[in-house]
Design a protein around this ligand. Sequence first.
Ligand code: F6R
Length: 607
Amino acid sequence: MCGIVGYIGEKQAAPILLESLSKLEYRGYDSAGVAVLDGGDINIVKAKGKLSCLAEKTDGGKNVAGTCGIGHTRWATHGEPSELNAHPHRNEGGTIVAVHNGIIENYIQQKSKLTRLGYTFYSDTDTEVATKIVDYYYKKYGDPLKAISNFILKVRGSYALAVMFSDHPDEIYAVRKDNPMIIGVTESESFLASDVPAILNYTRKVYYVGNEEIVCLKKGQADFFNLDGEKIQKQISNITWDAEKAEKGGYPHFMLKEIHEQPKVISDTLNCFIKNGEINLSEVGLTNKEIKKYSGIVIAACGSAYHVGVVMQYVFESLVRIPVRVELASEFRYRNPVMNKSQLFIVISQSGETADSLAALRLAKSAGLSTLAIVNVLGSTIAREANKVLYTKAGPEISVATTKAYSAQLIAGYVLALRFARVRKTASKEELKSLVAELSGLPEKVQSILDKKNSMQRFASSMAGKKDVFFIGRGVDYAICLEGSLKLKEISYIHSEAYAAGELKHGTISLIEDGTLVIGVLTQPDTIEKTASNLEETKTRGANVATLSFGSRKITGDVKFTIPQVNPYFAASLAVVPLQLFAYYVSVLRGNDVDKPRNLAKSVTVE
Ligand code: F6R
């Protein structure tokens, strides 16, 4: 997810672009850049790292002259974070520049086509390709509108694109499809941005750009056109809410926003790895030959990412019949573990910077294992150092407590397991087909759970005063408990434990007393009865019992939550959602700083 901005008016553009970009940093940042038109010259300045690096390089924008410009904060998707890959991108002569948010899906085909026509490329980005497509059609038709409408016809994917042409020094052109873009105007200025907060300091008069609408911005004027170049009339809106609220898309906290983004994140990640109804790992570069040769898998990760590993262990061992070891990276690195070169080492990390996970990866590499990283942040250290990378498509996660990145990691684990099962022939074609269909149905099911979030809010309000909470389950349910319990303790500060249900009576049951909350997760058909009996045991000792299940069997419980039926392998993707909501609402009720819980950091780059 990137952020784009544009300004044209009487004032110097660069300081305004930087200020506006600072309001979009929540969309992710690994590099930033601005391009400013001064007369007929376009000056581009880019910097790797946070926006502050760009601000430093340009003296807060003061040393980039001109009153018309575009800017960008990048969250890398194509090509590692670097100054070269940072936006704005330009054509050969630097007479056309563009910033882009989104993904051009057919950029490789378009790149080859342009290469055949004599174009060369300096970056790995789809945006440079987009810029050069516009360049090609601008040279052909000499008209920005025609160049952009041809761009729309040629590309597949999503985009919010802003373009400047040096021979149109008082104009910015923009277009969008399936990526946000708004236009703001005052008497003498016009603004463009990915999101409203970027321009709220300057205006509250906003146009929402529709899909495939082209905008031409002039000082204090915005003209809208359709694909045929015909002018269209747009309604202006007056923004009445405040900036902070807007960055969260109307949600009170990033965590709640990110919980609600999960259907999209799951479907974005699935779309990358399911092609024509089959799992396709060509993006990862894991060959069938490699998949066949591994004697086992070692997974290492920390926190929630480790919990994904625990789910993966159950799914892989059951579906692929390959031995899997899951390790806490912080323990693994100091244990002198026995490893075997024929094993595959998988490290899971949202940030790609977690110190312990990185150390575990280096240890596995030095022991000669093939390594695969499941990572969310493109170009992060773990992504760079692993032999292969599977990128999750969660987008930037702001809330310290992970939700959508965890969900995307689960999907990564499932697609890997299904591909292994296919190549190693441990599941029939029919079984795999039905599992792929189940995966494709997950976003809708997650959405249906979110639609009923009020029941979890009510439950949370009756439980927010608890001192101790236990989560119990077996198999995948135990893995779900680990995540549910971590979510609760890290943001509500309530003491909570996840227990493998069968372990309770080996000591822990002595902690159960009147009013202790015990949440049973019961999605795995083979163990439901067993866990249900363990819940009974706690109930007789005074516990308040709540259950989370598919609702297909009668289970004792004071409060029962049900989730849609799904293949039990994928239960974690659904069951985690009510538990995330539970933790969230309890934290809110207790007046905690939900997005920034005490003592915690988003990226743990120290031991
Ligand atoms: C919990 C949480 C942490 C992270 C852990 C690993 O909500 O976010 O437990 O999962 O610190 O971080 P990454 O995935 O960045 O390696």
